[in-house]
Design a binder for this molecule. Structure first.
Ligand code: FMN
Length: 237
Protein backbone atom coordinates (compact mmCIF):
# COMPACT_ATOMS: atom_id res chain seq x y z
CA UNK A 1 0.00 0.00 0.00
CA UNK A 2 1.27 3.49 -0.83
CA UNK A 3 1.92 6.09 1.88
CA UNK A 4 -1.13 8.02 0.73
CA UNK A 5 -3.30 4.88 0.72
CA UNK A 6 -2.12 3.91 4.16
CA UNK A 7 -2.86 7.44 5.41
CA UNK A 8 -6.40 7.32 3.99
CA UNK A 9 -7.00 4.04 5.81
CA UNK A 10 -5.75 5.50 9.07
CA UNK A 11 -7.88 8.64 8.63
CA UNK A 12 -10.92 6.41 8.02
CA UNK A 13 -10.20 4.54 11.23
CA UNK A 14 -9.69 7.83 13.09
CA UNK A 15 -13.00 9.12 11.78
CA UNK A 16 -14.83 6.07 13.00
CA UNK A 17 -13.54 6.57 16.51
CA UNK A 18 -13.63 10.36 16.57
CA UNK A 19 -17.38 10.39 17.20
CA UNK A 20 -16.49 9.56 20.76
CA UNK A 21 -13.98 11.31 22.96
CA UNK A 22 -13.11 7.92 24.45
CA UNK A 23 -10.07 7.99 22.14
CA UNK A 24 -8.84 11.11 23.87
CA UNK A 25 -9.04 9.28 27.16
CA UNK A 26 -7.02 6.39 25.75
CA UNK A 27 -4.47 8.83 24.36
CA UNK A 28 -4.14 10.57 27.71
CA UNK A 29 -3.64 7.29 29.51
CA UNK A 30 -1.00 6.28 26.97
CA UNK A 31 0.84 9.52 27.54
CA UNK A 32 0.97 8.73 31.22
CA UNK A 33 -1.15 11.72 32.17
CA UNK A 34 -3.92 12.07 34.66
CA UNK A 35 -7.58 12.66 33.86
CA UNK A 36 -7.07 16.39 34.19
CA UNK A 37 -5.27 16.42 30.83
CA UNK A 38 -8.33 15.12 28.96
CA UNK A 39 -10.49 17.82 27.45
CA UNK A 40 -13.86 16.09 27.78
CA UNK A 41 -16.15 18.98 26.93
CA UNK A 42 -14.44 20.08 23.71
CA UNK A 43 -16.44 19.87 20.50
CA UNK A 44 -15.78 16.67 18.56
CA UNK A 45 -13.07 17.14 15.91
CA UNK A 46 -12.14 14.95 12.99
CA UNK A 47 -8.82 14.03 14.59
CA UNK A 48 -8.90 13.59 18.35
CA UNK A 49 -6.67 16.20 20.00
CA UNK A 50 -5.17 16.13 23.45
CA UNK A 51 -4.45 19.43 25.18
CA UNK A 52 -0.99 19.70 26.70
CA UNK A 53 -0.31 21.41 30.03
CA UNK A 54 0.69 25.06 29.59
CA UNK A 55 4.46 25.32 29.11
CA UNK A 56 6.59 26.84 31.84
CA UNK A 57 8.31 30.05 30.86
CA UNK A 58 10.07 30.76 34.16
CA UNK A 59 12.55 27.92 34.71
CA UNK A 60 15.29 28.33 37.32
CA UNK A 61 18.21 27.00 35.25
CA UNK A 62 20.25 29.65 33.47
CA UNK A 63 20.88 29.39 29.75
CA UNK A 64 24.59 29.03 30.51
CA UNK A 65 23.93 26.06 32.80
CA UNK A 66 21.68 24.46 30.19
CA UNK A 67 24.39 24.82 27.55
CA UNK A 68 26.92 23.27 29.91
CA UNK A 69 24.61 20.43 30.96
CA UNK A 70 23.58 19.41 27.44
CA UNK A 71 25.40 16.37 26.17
CA UNK A 72 24.26 13.41 24.12
CA UNK A 73 22.66 10.60 26.14
CA UNK A 74 22.18 7.17 24.50
CA UNK A 75 21.06 4.95 27.41
CA UNK A 76 17.68 5.62 28.99
CA UNK A 77 15.58 4.61 31.92
CA UNK A 78 12.38 3.09 30.44
CA UNK A 79 10.09 5.26 32.63
CA UNK A 80 7.79 7.25 30.34
CA UNK A 81 8.12 11.01 30.28
CA UNK A 82 5.27 12.87 31.90
CA UNK A 83 2.77 14.75 29.78
CA UNK A 84 4.17 17.98 31.23
CA UNK A 85 7.74 17.09 30.16
CA UNK A 86 6.62 16.06 26.67
CA UNK A 87 4.57 19.22 26.28
CA UNK A 88 7.49 21.37 27.41
CA UNK A 89 9.83 19.69 24.90
CA UNK A 90 7.36 20.08 22.04
CA UNK A 91 6.82 23.72 22.96
CA UNK A 92 10.59 24.27 22.91
CA UNK A 93 10.69 22.83 19.39
CA UNK A 94 7.84 24.79 17.79
CA UNK A 95 5.61 26.34 20.43
CA UNK A 96 3.79 29.61 19.91
CA UNK A 97 5.14 32.91 21.22
CA UNK A 98 3.21 36.19 21.22
CA UNK A 99 4.58 36.71 17.73
CA UNK A 100 5.91 33.68 15.90
CA UNK A 101 7.30 30.50 17.42
CA UNK A 102 10.03 29.42 19.81
CA UNK A 103 12.48 28.81 16.93
CA UNK A 104 13.24 31.29 14.14
CA UNK A 105 11.96 30.63 10.64
CA UNK A 106 12.94 32.19 7.30
CA UNK A 107 10.15 34.56 6.31
CA UNK A 108 8.01 33.26 9.18
CA UNK A 109 6.86 30.42 6.93
CA UNK A 110 7.32 27.64 9.52
CA UNK A 111 8.09 24.59 7.39
CA UNK A 112 8.73 22.27 10.36
CA UNK A 113 6.37 19.62 11.71
CA UNK A 114 7.00 17.88 15.03
CA UNK A 115 5.93 14.37 16.00
CA UNK A 116 6.47 12.15 19.00
CA UNK A 117 6.45 8.35 19.21
CA UNK A 118 6.14 6.49 22.50
CA UNK A 119 4.56 3.32 23.84
CA UNK A 120 1.06 4.75 23.39
CA UNK A 121 1.43 5.53 19.70
CA UNK A 122 2.33 8.40 17.40
CA UNK A 123 1.27 12.01 17.94
CA UNK A 124 1.57 15.16 15.87
CA UNK A 125 2.21 18.46 17.66
CA UNK A 126 -0.03 21.39 16.84
CA UNK A 127 1.66 24.66 17.76
CA UNK A 128 -1.62 26.46 17.43
CA UNK A 129 -3.42 25.36 20.56
CA UNK A 130 -0.39 23.62 22.11
CA UNK A 131 -1.93 20.17 21.70
CA UNK A 132 -1.17 16.83 20.12
CA UNK A 133 -3.30 14.93 17.65
CA UNK A 134 -3.24 11.14 17.58
CA UNK A 135 -1.79 9.79 14.34
CA UNK A 136 -1.95 6.15 15.36
CA UNK A 137 -2.04 4.03 18.51
CA UNK A 138 0.79 1.77 17.32
CA UNK A 139 4.05 1.63 19.25
CA UNK A 140 6.52 2.12 16.38
CA UNK A 141 9.68 2.32 18.49
CA UNK A 142 11.07 -1.11 17.55
CA UNK A 143 10.52 -0.42 13.86
CA UNK A 144 12.05 3.01 14.35
CA UNK A 145 15.14 1.43 15.92
CA UNK A 146 15.50 -0.80 12.86
CA UNK A 147 15.06 2.19 10.54
CA UNK A 148 17.73 4.04 12.54
CA UNK A 149 20.35 1.38 11.89
CA UNK A 150 19.67 -0.31 15.25
CA UNK A 151 21.33 2.47 17.19
CA UNK A 152 21.26 1.68 20.89
CA UNK A 153 19.60 4.96 21.86
CA UNK A 154 16.42 3.83 20.10
CA UNK A 155 16.24 0.56 22.01
CA UNK A 156 15.75 2.11 25.43
CA UNK A 157 14.29 5.58 24.80
CA UNK A 158 10.73 5.90 26.13
CA UNK A 159 10.02 8.53 23.47
CA UNK A 160 11.40 9.70 20.14
CA UNK A 161 10.75 13.22 18.88
CA UNK A 162 10.81 13.56 15.09
CA UNK A 163 11.25 16.91 13.40
CA UNK A 164 10.25 16.96 9.75
CA UNK A 165 10.38 19.63 7.06
CA UNK A 166 7.94 20.68 4.34
CA UNK A 167 10.33 22.34 1.90
CA UNK A 168 7.53 23.46 -0.41
CA UNK A 169 6.26 25.94 2.21
CA UNK A 170 9.57 27.79 2.15
CA UNK A 171 10.24 27.28 -1.57
CA UNK A 172 7.14 29.28 -2.50
CA UNK A 173 8.98 32.39 -1.36
CA UNK A 174 12.65 31.45 -1.43
CA UNK A 175 12.90 28.99 -4.36
CA UNK A 176 16.20 27.16 -4.44
CA UNK A 177 17.30 28.51 -1.04
CA UNK A 178 14.50 26.57 0.64
CA UNK A 179 16.40 23.34 1.22
CA UNK A 180 19.17 25.24 2.98
CA UNK A 181 16.73 27.28 5.06
CA UNK A 182 14.72 24.26 6.21
CA UNK A 183 17.89 22.43 7.27
CA UNK A 184 19.05 25.49 9.19
CA UNK A 185 15.67 25.73 10.89
CA UNK A 186 15.61 22.13 12.04
CA UNK A 187 18.91 22.81 13.79
CA UNK A 188 17.35 25.74 15.65
CA UNK A 189 14.36 23.66 16.73
CA UNK A 190 16.44 20.64 17.74
CA UNK A 191 18.83 22.75 19.80
CA UNK A 192 15.85 24.22 21.66
CA UNK A 193 14.69 20.67 22.45
CA UNK A 194 18.15 19.63 23.63
CA UNK A 195 18.54 22.67 25.88
CA UNK A 196 15.02 22.25 27.25
CA UNK A 197 15.81 18.59 27.93
CA UNK A 198 18.93 19.62 29.84
CA UNK A 199 16.85 22.00 31.97
CA UNK A 200 14.31 19.23 32.69
CA UNK A 201 17.06 16.77 33.63
CA UNK A 202 16.10 14.63 30.65
CA UNK A 203 18.64 13.00 28.34
CA UNK A 204 18.55 13.11 24.55
CA UNK A 205 20.63 12.58 21.45
CA UNK A 206 20.05 14.22 18.07
CA UNK A 207 20.30 11.60 15.34
CA UNK A 208 20.54 11.96 11.59
CA UNK A 209 21.36 8.36 10.67
CA UNK A 210 18.10 6.74 9.59
CA UNK A 211 16.20 5.56 6.51
CA UNK A 212 14.12 8.57 5.49
CA UNK A 213 11.32 6.77 3.66
CA UNK A 214 10.78 4.16 6.36
CA UNK A 215 10.70 6.81 9.08
CA UNK A 216 8.21 8.89 7.06
CA UNK A 217 6.00 5.80 6.71
CA UNK A 218 6.18 4.93 10.39
CA UNK A 219 5.08 8.43 11.43
CA UNK A 220 2.53 8.48 8.58
CA UNK A 221 3.89 11.81 7.42
CA UNK A 222 2.01 13.36 4.48
CA UNK A 223 3.66 13.43 1.06
CA UNK A 224 6.14 16.31 0.92
CA UNK A 225 6.95 16.07 4.63
CA UNK A 226 10.46 14.72 5.11
CA UNK A 227 11.91 13.54 8.43
CA UNK A 228 15.11 15.47 9.18
CA UNK A 229 16.02 14.73 12.78
CA UNK A 230 15.08 12.01 15.27
CA UNK A 231 15.68 12.69 18.95
CA UNK A 232 15.42 9.69 21.31
CA UNK A 233 14.63 11.20 24.69
CA UNK A 234 14.06 10.09 28.27
CA UNK A 235 15.52 10.01 31.73
CA UNK A 236 19.18 8.98 31.57
CA UNK A 237 19.78 5.37 32.67
C1 FMN B 1 23.65 16.45 12.36
C2 FMN B 1 23.94 15.48 13.50
C3 FMN B 1 23.66 14.14 13.34
C4 FMN B 1 23.89 13.26 14.39
N1 FMN B 1 23.53 11.95 14.22
C5 FMN B 1 23.74 11.09 15.25
C6 FMN B 1 23.34 9.73 15.12
O1 FMN B 1 22.76 9.30 14.11
N2 FMN B 1 23.55 8.90 16.18
C7 FMN B 1 24.13 9.35 17.34
O2 FMN B 1 24.30 8.54 18.26
N3 FMN B 1 24.53 10.62 17.48
C8 FMN B 1 24.35 11.50 16.48
N4 FMN B 1 24.70 12.81 16.63
C9 FMN B 1 25.24 13.27 17.92
C10 FMN B 1 26.76 13.45 17.87
O3 FMN B 1 27.37 12.18 17.79
C11 FMN B 1 27.19 14.18 19.15
O4 FMN B 1 26.58 15.44 19.18
C12 FMN B 1 28.70 14.33 19.21
O5 FMN B 1 29.30 13.08 19.50
C13 FMN B 1 29.14 15.34 20.29
O6 FMN B 1 28.73 14.91 21.56
P1 FMN B 1 27.74 15.78 22.49
O7 FMN B 1 26.42 15.88 21.77
O8 FMN B 1 27.60 15.00 23.76
O9 FMN B 1 28.32 17.13 22.69
C14 FMN B 1 24.46 13.71 15.61
C15 FMN B 1 24.75 15.08 15.74
C16 FMN B 1 24.48 15.94 14.71
C17 FMN B 1 24.79 17.43 14.90
Amino acid sequence: MTRRGRRRRIVAVALSVAVSLVMAGVAAAALGSGDDAVVRDEPVRVVPALALPSPRTDGETSLEQAILQRGSVREFDPTPLTLGQLGQLLWAAQGQRDQGRTAPSAGGLYPLEVYVAHEGGVYHYRSDGHEVAAVSSTDIRDDLAAAALDQRAFHTAPAVIAIAGVEERTARKYGGRAEQYVLIEVGHAAQNVLLQAAVLGVGAVPTGAFEDDTVAELFDMPDGTEPLYLIPIGRPA
